[in-house]
Design a protein around this ligand. Structure first.
Ligand SMILES: Nc1ncnc2c1ncn2[C@@H]1O[C@H](COP(=O)(O)OP(=O)(O)O)[C@@H](O)[C@H]1O
Ligand SMILES: Nc1ccn([C@@H]2O[C@H](COP(=O)(O)OP(=O)(O)O)[C@@H](O)[C@H]2O)c(=O)n1
Length: 420
């Protein structure tokens, strides 16, 4: 990666700790091969610094007997070279996790390369121009090295998306590989995919969003939790959230300042406010009603904007709320507007609360829910409504899994990959 990524302000290459020029591991000789291709590598006993040097990379012809596994990475680097690269003496690739010669050839071709393969060699000619690159979904053959080395295809000059199927197969040797990669990568936020799931209360947004995020390995933004947190923080600070009070400009201003300074921490489903865990307190109907009131205050909405944008991180985000698709991420490639009848939603909320040991009454839940729907839809700022390009999903007759599958199918249809 250090050899491929161009320098950017304040960042030139990467440093790898824990392996260096004094390493006795055989794979350290990969450094020589990468240098032959143009990477600038310097280092110390236990550390390496890698920078982009020659660009495009130098095509090479190499006997890889001494670095059979690491040489797979050279095959992907060859996609960025200025000619044809031949890797020889790699017959052992055929008898690893999969037939790696076939795997590397097949997947490189999907990306637009011309590949010749033989019993013990692979010859790769990169796409002739950026326009010859293809977006591809890379099959990983349950092979950790295939998954890891093809992640480098994401630096392609056409900025085309690359999907790595079954990325968790890296668990065999480097379970946090993709987290580590995303930590050192900078991506244009506008190119990071977002799936928005908006809709009224108890339609199942949170459940659906969490499940879709989990299946895709994406981050999750429960935007409602932020408004709930503001309601809770207001209570703790002695600020009223009564509707009449919130209409007073100075009260709205105070609430906006409070929202801008929220000290929150998210860890999966657990949430802390000022170092105190508030996960359960946030889910109460009282907190939901307070959230609905404070969320009508423009100063609060404005204060939470940057915080919400900050959730858009690699490899992608699933965001649930009321205005994810209309206001916060209007450029999201997939927007879902989730609905179900008010009776169904009240039933679901009732069961959900009872199962958590929280007392509930179905009639008052239905009344609260209708009141909240009305307030959320009729407010002047970011009202609850489907984005013009949202796909509507009424899940009254669907179970959770069916709803998840529907959204994943829509998502699948959004990116067209070659060779699949
Ligand atoms: N499609 C569905 N069918 C049945 N129950 C569902 C469905 N989706 C969600 N639920 C249940 O409804 C309850 C409310 O869902 P939740 O995700 O909290 O809604 P929201 O985030 O829209 O308020 C949860 O107990 C959830 O398991
Ligand atoms: N993006 C969002 C999310 C929530 N909200 C408000 O915050 C309240 C609580 O949101 P939530 O998503 O946690 O509520 P439920 O749908 O889970 O009941 C909603 O009733 C909305 O008024 C909002 O205005 N904008």
């Amino acid at each position: 990666m250090g050899a491929l990524a161009p320098a950017s302000p304040g960042r030139d290459g990467i440093t790898i700790e824990g392996v260096g020029l004094a390493s006795i591991q055989g794979d350290i000789r990969f450094v020589e091969a990468a240098r032959l291709m143009g990477a600038q590598i310097t280092g110390e006993a236990n550390r390496l610094h890698i920078r982009r040097g020659r660009w495009p990379l130098q095509a090479i012809e190499l006997d890889c007997n001494h670095i059979p596994d690491a040489a797979m990475t050279l095959a992907v680097m060859a996609l960025y070279a200025d000619g044809t690269t031949t890797l020889r003496n790699i017959a052992s690739w055929r008898v690893k996790e999969t037939d790696r010669i076939v795997a590397m050839a097949t997947e490189c071709r999907k990306l637009g390369a011309t590949v010749e393969e033989g019993a013990d060699f692979i010859r790769i000619t990169p796409p002739a121009t950026p326009a010859h690159w293809r977006a591809a979904s890379i099959h990983t053959y349950d092979d950790h090295r295939v998954a890891m080395c093809f992640s480098l295809a994401a630096f392609n000059p056409a900025s085309l998306p690359v999907r790595i199927e079954d990325p968790k197969c890296v668990a065999k040797t480097f379970p946090d590989y993709f987290e580590a990669l995303f930590d050192v990568c900078q991506a244009d936020a506008a190119r990071i995919p977002v799936i928005c799931i908006d809709g009224p209360t108890a339609s199942g947004k949170g459940t659906l969003a969490a499940e879709v995020a989990q299946r895709l390995g994406y981050h999750l933004l429960d935007s409602g939790a932020l408004y709930r947190l503001v309601g809770l923080a207001a209570g703790k600070a002695g600020l009223s959230t009564a509707e009449d009070d919130l209409r007073q400009p100075d009260q709205a201003q105070r609430l906006g300042t409070l929202a801008a300074g929220l000290q929150v921490r998210f860890d999966g489903p657990r949430i802390w406010l000022d170092s105190v865990e508030v996960s359960d307190a946030l889910r109460s109907e009282v907190a939901g009603m307070a959230a609905s009131r404070v969320s009508a205050v423009p100063e609060v909405r404005a204060a939470l904007l940057t915080l919400q944008h900050g959730f858009r991180r690699l490899p992608g985000l699933v965001a649930d709320g009321r205005d994810m698709g209309t206001v916060i991420f209007p450029d999201a490639p997939l927007k879902v507007y989730l609905t179900a009848s008010a009776e169904q939603r009240a039933q679901r909320r009732y069961k959900q609360l009872i199962s958590k040991g929280i007392a509930a009454n179905i009639d008052s839940l239905l009344a609260d829910l209708e009141k909240r729907d009305h307030r959320d839809s009729s407010r002047a700022h970011a009202p609850l409504k489907p984005a013009e390009d949202a796909l509507q999903l009424d899940n009254s007759g669907l179970d959770v899994e069916q709803s998840v599958q529907q959204v994943l199918n829509w998502w699948q249809g959004k990116t067209v990959f070659s060779g699949n």
